[in-house]
Design a protein around this ligand. Sequence first.
Ligand SMILES: [Zn+2]
Ligand SMILES: [Zn+2]
Length: 212
Amino acid sequence: METCEICGTGAIRERCVACGRRVCTEHLWVQVGVCVECGEKEADALLEVLKEKGAVQFGEFTLASGRVSDYYVDMKAALTDPKALRLVADRIAPYAAEAEKLAGVELGAVPLVVAVALATGKGYLIVRKAQKAHGTKRGFEGALAPGETVLFIEDVTTTGGTLRTGIEGLREAGAVVQRAVVVVDREEGASENLAEAGVVLTPLLRARDLRA
Ligand SMILES: [Zn+2]
Ligand SMILES: [Zn+2]
């Protein structure tokens, strides 16, 4: 039996689209079709750009919650730069193949959703943050047919509360949502929160990937 070119033991699942090596399930990033080593290289290259644009900073930061963190993420610093925006959009674009529409919750995800729409030709929806006392106002902008599959895109996730509310709102309008892609997941519960709602959260970078 032929075996994985990384570990030498696993049964071959697929060829890495980046380096061409044939790897096992454990050493493949299934969704994007690259091996774990190529995936890590891509993550490093992305992190470099985010650091360069000041979107990821290291030091001592007091978060809005009052908690102290040793890193700070502000994706607006990167997503207002066309080069960085394009890089991030290109990383997300392969996931759009599995959906008919894209969606993002205002405001942070909007430039990203638009950039991925331009890169893939898929239509998109802008989901409003939950509002009180505006009962007649629709919760989103854009055209959605019942049963359409929608890929959610987000800039940063912490607990995932805002994203989950946005997804549930769009589901009420008939959307089928199975995945959300986020640029940086702070790994503070978002993945578990979305899993509870039956949504897979796919981060391009996780808190553990962030290094000074
Ligand atoms: Zn392997
Ligand atoms: Zn590879």
